[in-house]
Design a protein. Sequence first.
Length: 124
Amino acid sequence: MTRLSDIGAALERGEHETVLRLTDAILAARPGDDAAHEFRARAFLALGRLAEAEEHAQDAVRLDPDEIRYRELLAQVLSAEGAHRDAAAEFGRLARNDPRETTWTVAEAQERLGAAQPGMGVDA
């Protein structure tokens, strides 16, 4: 059986198709594996396949709504899709859930929301 650490290493090496193949096998056996959904979302995001990245990021959040990195990933995907308001809302949820990160999270949300405004050239 493939270990998640092996999948993480493949992702770090940029072997996105390998990540997708390995996580396919995991999800066939365990559809509720939140970490496999996270890795798939990250691979799809890197490949520019944003709709698929969002689907798997949403699945990871649904399976473990308290995992901060899944919500951060979802916000990144939403921003990449141009859904800056939705991304800002997700960052806002992060701020409410982790008061230690409020300043950073609010600033990130404002930056991404600003990127959605006409004339704002922020790369979000």
